[in-house]
Write a protein that binds this ligand. Structure first.
Ligand code: IFM
Length: 470
């Protein structure tokens, strides 16, 4: 059966869009903000395409009223954005920065005035540089500083923000940042990257306590979640070796987070995955209790499935191995469209991932906190991007979420990545994920066809299930 143009989601389902501070805000040296690891990384020759930086980005710091007007016109119920740690607590420790807090205060008020619920992510990769200089996520102290920053932010915004996401995609922080070296801080390490993963989990747990304590102190409650980019991993063949490769990758990508968070245990096959790199030296008694406190929701970012086969180690010398060298190799999925990230488009993999996770874990309510595609956008003679491929991608993935809901997964919302074209990390600005085009010369925003399609989906959903579109 062909996917309907406008998939039907359950009553009460919420639609949103997502962004992140460093990718859109700009104003990198304004309002008391200090450098993060991404400011440093962008200035390191050869790290980011064309030497681009987030200095200006979409200039959302100054143009947020215009962006919130676009959200209002779109009709979304939710908007997910991140606060910048180096804007709220410059340098990562010490006093809070009133100007930074005032900025987010204005954003939250403007969203609420537009009838949109803010969903705040506290960490979307912009670690204050001073904390990296002191060890970064390899160090337990960073988790403690993070909890303090969470409390400062919740004490200021928690009277209006009720849904909090502690971390975005800790896999990218721990492994792309400290083992692959393609994200800030650009390290290629073994055990320290595993320590970073553990400290990120601890940071989540400590911050969750603070968020709840802040809400309780004002007689309210906070809904606390974490966003993981969970991979749908498939073996290239049915061989035992390829299935074992997927098992190791499941631990690297998914179980390293899900097992401590949802089962209160470390993954059983750590030794098979990492050998002596996983020496546990960075763990302390009681950490699992902090990490495993109940989640109010789980955020899942999904873009594509990954097919893997068994492979030898990249690095023969065990002392020089990184934490991502787990004897696997990615195999290209043929016969499907690939986006400009070269990511295969396989929407059914999202349904399969959700159903499989639901069978394996006792899941809290789920939100798809990011999903979208980078496309080769062309501005037509009418000045508009007619992004039919992006519309098809979004339609089919939202339909895949609907299919998971039909199969019994408690999935409550779907956030499109992203509202705006923005700074795509090591790729710089030429990978465009937005449903609104940003002209980086003039900073003019122009909604694409996908924006109008998403607005119509939201409108029809409201019509079908009662209630206003926002
Ligand atoms: O742009 C990123 C975002 O910051 C985190 N999730 C994936 C997106 C697309 O690569």
């Amino acid at each position: 059966m062909p996917t309907p143009d406008f998939p039907d989601l359950p009553a009460g389902f919420r639609f949103g869009t997502a962004t992140a501070a460093y990718q859109i805000e700009g104003a990198a040296a304004e309002g008391g903000r200090t450098p993060s690891i991404w400011d440093t990384y962008c200035r390191t020759p050869g790290k980011v395409a064309r030497g681009e930086t987030g200095d200006v980005a979409c200039d959302h710091y100054h143009r947020y009223p215009e962006d919130i007007a676009l959200l209002k016109e779109l009709g979304v119920q939710d908007y997910r954005f991140s606060t910048a740690w180096p804007r709220i607590r410059p340098g990562g420790s010490g006093p809070a920065n009133p100007e930074g807090l005032d900025f987010y205060d204005r954003v939250v008020d403007a969203l609420l005035a537009a009838g949109i619920d803010p969903v705040v992510t506290l960490y979307h990769w912009d670690l204050p540089q001073e904390l990296e200089d002191a060890g970064g996520w390899r160090s337990r102290a960073t988790a403690e500083r993070f909890a303090e920053y969470a409390r400062i932010t919740a004490d200021r915004l928690g009277d209006r923000v009720t849904r909090w996401i502690t971390l975005n995609e800790p896999t990218c922080t721990a492994f792309v940042g400290y083992a692959v070296g393609r994200h800030a801080p650009g390290a290629r390490e073994g055990t320290p990257a595993l320590a970073a993963a553990h400290h990120l989990l601890l940071a989540h747990g400590l911050a969750a306590r603070e968020l709840r304590a802040s809400a309780a102190a004002r007689g309210g409650t906070a809904e606390v979640g974490i966003t993981l980019n969970l991979d749908r991993l498939l073996p290239a063949t049915g061989s035992a070796a390829d299935r074992a490769a997927v098992d190791r990758a499941e631990t690297l990508h998914n179980r390293v987070w899900l097992d401590p968070l949802l089962r209160g245990t470390y993954p059983a096959n750590e030794a098979e995955t990492w050998g002596e790199l996983a020496d546990g030296s960075y763990r302390r008694d009681g950490d699992l209790d902090v990490i495993g406190q109940p989640l109010d929701f789980l955020g899942i970012n999904f873009y594509r499935p990954v097919v893997l086969r068994d492979a030898p180690h990249d690095e023969p010398d065990p002392r020089r191995r990184t934490a991502v060298d787990i004897r696997t190799e990615e195999v290209r999925i043929e016969g499907v469209r690939h986006t400009t990230m070269d990511w295969p488009v396989v929407p059914a993999a999202l349904t399969d991932l959700l159903v499989d996770l639901d069978e394996r874990y006792d899941l809290p309510p789920v939100y798809i906190t990011e999903n979208g595609s980078a496309e080769d956008d062309r501005v037509g003679p009418d000045g508009v991007v007619h992004d039919t491929d992006r519309i098809a991608y979004l339609r089919d993935h939202i339909a895949a979420t609907a299919a998971a809901a039909e199969k019994g997964v408690d999935v409550r919302g779907h956030f499109v990545w992203s509202l705006l074209d923005n700074f795509e990390w090591a790729y710089g600005y030429d990978r465009r994920f937005g449903i609104v085009r940003v002209d980086y010369d003039t900073l003019e925003r122009t909604p694409k066809d996908s924006y109008r399609w998403f607005r119509e989906l939201i409108r029809r959903h409201a019509e079908r299930h009662g209630g206003a579109a926002s």
